[in-house]
Design a protein around this ligand. Structure first.
Ligand code: NAD
Ligand code: ZN
Length: 252
C-alpha cells in the first residue's frame, strides 16, 4: 500500500495538469450514505420513483419524502479526503475537480474549480412560476413533508440536480471532457463508475495519454483501465498522498 501511495505522489509531483474525479464514496466518511453498496439508499428507496424525472413529474411528493434523507447532505461537513484534494489545488497540482456529487463538500473544503456533473442541492426552482428557492430555506418544510411553492402553490419544486432520465448540463459536461483531455494524471475517488455519461470521462483521459489512478473501497468492473488501483478509504489514503507530494515538491 505504501508503495502505491508513493507511486501516486510521484505521478502528481511530476504532473502539469492533474484532475480529480469523485463520486459518492468520497463523501461516505462525512456520513452521507452512497446509493449503491451495502447501506446504500437504493436498498430502501426505488430510484425510478424518487430520482427519475418521470417519477418526479408523476409524484413530486415521493421525491420530497426521499429528500428528508438528503438533508444530511447539506448539513454534512467535508472530510480529510475533500481537504486533501483542496490542498493539492492550493499547491498548484490539481487543476480541476469533476464530481458526480451534489453535496457541495468540495467547495466547502476550499476547492475552487469544481465541475458538478449532476448539479447541486443549492437551489430549487418552481417549475410552474419559476420562483427560485435556496435549499437551506426549505429545510423546515422538507422536514414537515409540506413542500410546495409559496408563490403559486405548485407541488413541482425541483432541485437543480440531474434526475435519472435527464441529460447532464451540456456546458459542464463539455468542460469536464476538456479537462480530461488536458489531464496528464487523472484520479478517480469513490465512484463505482456505473452511471453514464460520467463514467466515460476516465476513458477520455486515458485516450489522451493520462496516467489513471483509482482509489475506492470496493473493486469496480473498470479497474483494468487504471495504471494504479488502491483499495482503501479516501479520507485515509488522500492525506497520505498529499504528505508525500509535499515532500517531493519541497512544500511545507
Ligand atoms: P456509488 O454509490 O455508485 O459508488 C460509491 C463508490 O465509492 C463504491 O465504489 C465504493 O467502493 C466507494 N467507497 C465507499 N466508501 C468509500 C470511502 N470511504 N473512500 C473511497 N471510496 C469509497 O457512487 P457514484 O459512482 O458516485 O454514483 C452514484 C450516483 O449517485 C452519482 O451519480 C451521484 O450523483 C449520486 N450520489 C451523490 C451523493 C453525494 O452527493 N454525496 C451520494 C450518493 C449518490
Ligand atoms: Zn410557483
Amino acid at each position: 500500500m505504501d508503495g502505491l501511495i508513493e507511486e501516486v505522489a510521484k505521478l502528481l509531483a511530476n504532473s502539469k495538469h492533474a484532475v480529480v474525479f469523485t463520486g459518492a464514496g468520497i463523501s461516505a466518511e462525512s456520513g452521507i450514505p452512497t446509493f449503491r453498496g451495502q447501506n446504500g439508499l437504493w436498498k430502501r428507496f426505488d430510484p425510478e420513483e424518487v430520482a427519475s424525472i418521470q417519477g418526479f413529474m408523476k409524484n413530486p411528493k415521493a421525491f420530497w419524502n426521499f429528500a428528508r434523507e438528503l438533508i444530511l447532505k447539506t448539513k454534512a461537513k467535508p472530510n480529510a479526503g475533500h481537504y486533501a484534494i483542496a490542498e493539492l489545488e492550493k499547491i498548484g497540482i490539481v487543476k480541476a475537480v469533476i464530481t458526480q456529487n451534489i453535496d457541495m463538500l468540495h467547495q466547502k473544503a476550499g476547492s475552487s474549480k469544481v465541475l458538478e456533473l449532476h448539479g447541486s442541492l443549492e437551489f430549487v426552482d418552481c417549475l410552474d412560476c419559476g420562483k427560485a428557492y435556496r435549499w437551506d430555506d426549505l429545510i423546515d418544510k422538507i422536514e414537515r413533508g409540506e413542500v410546495s411553492c409559496d408563490e403559486c402553490g405548485s407541488p413541482y419544486l425541483k432541485p437543480r440536480i440531474v434526475f435519472f432520465g435527464e441529460s447532464l448540463p451540456k456546458d459542464v459536461l463539455s468542460e469536464a471532457i476538456e479537462e480530461a483531455k488536458k489531464s496528464d494524471v487523472f484520479i478517480v475517488v469513490g465512484s463505482s463508475l456505473q452511471v453514464y455519461p460520467a463514467a466515460s470521462i476516465p476513458f477520455v483521459a486515458k485516450e489522451s495519454g493520462a496516467k489513471l489512478v483509482i482509489i475506492n473501497v470496493d473493486p469496480t468492473d473498470k479497474d483494468w483501465l487504471f495504471d494504479v488501483v488502491i483499495y482503501g478509504k479516501a479520507g485515509e489514503i488522500l492525506p497520505k498522498i498529499v504528505e508525500k507530494v509535499k515532500e517531493y515538491c519541497h512544500v511545507k
